[in-house]
Design a protein around this ligand. Structure first.
Ligand SMILES: Nc1ncnc2c1ncn2[C@@H]1O[C@H](COP(=O)(O)OP(=O)(O)O)[C@@H](O)[C@H]1O
Ligand SMILES: [Mg+2]
Length: 349
C-alpha cells in the first residue's frame, strides 16, 4: 500500500507525534509498504513522489523532559506546510500520528473527510467528543459498565472574576485531594494533583494557561491502568507504575521512570471489568479501529475510567503496542491491523 504517515502538528504533543510517526513509518516500510513520513508543518518540494520510495528516516530529535515550545510554529499561519495536502491525496491512506489538538480533536479528520482522503482511527465526531473530558464525562454518565470520577469544570473567566470564591466552591464541591487538568489536553500536560488548599490556585493557573476550561475531579487513590481496543476486541489491561510521583509528562516519556506491566497482575474479574469498560467507552463515543481508555482502581477494587484516547501513542514502547505484544501481535502487524480496521469505516459509509 501507499501510506503517508502524518505527524508533527502544532500542539504540545508535537515531539510525541514525531516519535510515533517515525516508528510507525519504519515498521510499515519493513512490512513492504511504500511509506512517506510527513511532518504536517514542513514544506515539501514538488517532486514529492520520491518521498514514498526514500528510506524511512526519523523525524525530530526524540521526546524531551517537558513539552516542546511550539510558539514559533503557531505564528507561521496555516496548518499544513507546502505540498502536504497533495502528498496526503496521493496516498491510499493516511496513518494519523498527530497527537493532540487539531490532529486528535476531529478537525483534521473532518478536513480529510471533505477532501476524500482516507485516514486511520476514529472519525471527526468520535474524536471531538473524546477530546473534551467534560463532554466525555457527560456522555458516559448514564452508561452502564463505566464509572468516572466525580467532578466539575471551571472556566478561565469564572476563575479570573472571583478566584477566591471559585477556589472555595471547588473545595466544597469536590473535596481534597483533587486533580486539576485541562479539559482538552493530553500527555498529562498541565495536570496537577492537589493535596492542600494552598496548592489549588497554582494548579488552576497552570491548567488555564493551556486552555480556557479546567476539569476538577476527585483524586482516585489506588493503582493506574490503561486498556486498549483494537477492532472489536479489548486488549489486556496494562498496569502503569511510576517510580515516583504520578504519570506526568516526564514519567510518560523518559525511559526507565515508569514500570509498565502487561498483562496487569489483577484478578480476572477486574481485568474483564476494565476490558468491558474500554469496549463500552469505544462504542458509546463512536470510535473506530483503535482507542485506549485510562483507568484507576482503588484498593477495594472500584474501577474508574479517566478518559478515552482516540490517538494513543504508537512508539514500540507505548502502551497499546505493549498490550498487543502480550497477545502475540508485533508492532508492524499492529500498524497494519490499525490500517485494515480503519478502512472498514469507509465500507460502511
Ligand atoms: N481523578 C484522578 N485521580 C487520580 N489521578 C488522576 C486523575 N485524573 C488524572 N490523574 C492522573 O493524571 C494523568 C493524566 O490524566 P488523564 O485524565 O489521563 O489526561 P491526559 O492523559 O489526557 O493528560 C493520569 O494518567 C493520572 O496519573
Ligand atoms: Mg491519559
Amino acid at each position: 500500500m501507499k501510506i503517508a504517515v502524518l505527524c508533527g502538528g502544532i500542539s504540545p504533543e508535537r515531539d510525541v507525534s514525531l516519535s510515533t510517526g517515525s516508528q510507525v513509518a519504519m515498521a510499515l516500510k519493513k512490512k513492504g509498504h511504500s511509506v512517506a513520513l510527513i511532518d504536517s508543518a514542513a514544506d515539501y518540494p514538488d517532486g514529492f513522489d520520491a518521498l514514498f520510495t526514500a528510506e524511512a528516516r526519523g523525524a525530530g530529535t526524540g521526546i524531551g523532559e517537558s513539552a516542546p515550545d511550539i510558539s514559533s510554529l503557531l505564528t507561521r499561519g496555516g496548518y499544513f506546510g507546502k505540498n502536504v495536502v497533495e502528498i496526503l491525496k496521493s496516498a491510499d491512506i493516511v496513518f494519523n500520528a498527530m497527537h493532540g489538538a487539531a490532529g486528535e480533536d476531529g478537525t483534521l479528520q473532518a478536513s480529510l473527510d471533505l477532501m476524500g482522503i482516507k485516514y486511520t482511527g476514529s472519525g471527526a465526531k468520535g474524536c471531538s467528543v473524546s477530546m473534551d473530558k467534560t463532554v466525555t464525562k457527560r456522555m458516559l454518565a448514564p452508561v452502564k459498565n463505566v464509572r468516572m470520577p466525580r467532578g466539575i469544570h471551571v472556566m478561565r473567566d469564572e476563575f479570573g472574576l472571583d478566584p477566591q470564591n471559585t477556589l472555595k466552591t471547588v473545595i466544597t464541591e469536590v473535596g481534597l485531594p483533587l486533580v486539576v487538568k485541562p479539559a482538552c489536553g493530553g500527555s498529562s500536560v498541565g495536570v496537577s494533583i492537589v493535596n492542600d488548599a494552598a496548592e489549588l490556585k497554582k494548579a488552576f493557573e497552570l491548567s488555564l494557561s493551556y486552555e480556557p476550561k479546567a476539569v476538577v475531579e476527585e483524586f482516585v487513590d489506588g493503582r493506574e491502568f490503561s486498556c486498549g481496543v483494537l477492532g472489536d476486541t479489548a486488549l489486556p489491561p496494562i498496569e502503569i507504575k511510576p517510580r515516583s510521583g504520578f504519570y506526568d509528562y516526564r514519567n510518560k516519556y523518559q525511559q526507565g521512570l515508569t514500570e509498565e506491566i502487561c498483562p496487569a497482575h489483577i484478578s480476572e474479574r477486574a481485568a474483564n471489568e476494565m476490558k468491558l469498560a474500554a469496549l463500552t467507552v469505544h462504542r458509546e463515543l463512536g470510535l473506530s479501529a483503535y482507542s485506549r481508555t485510562d483507568f484507576r482502581m482503588t484498593s477495594d477494587g472500584v474501577i474508574y475510567a479517566l478518559e478515552a484516547n482516540t490517538l494513543p501513542g504508537m512508539t514500540a514502547m507505548s502502551l497499546i503496542p505493549q498490550e498487543a505484544a502480550a497477545v502475540g501481535i508485533g508492532f508492524g502487524e499492529l500498524c497494519e491491523t490499525i490500517i485494515a480496521e480503519s478502512l472498514k469505516k469507509y465500507d460502511k459509509a
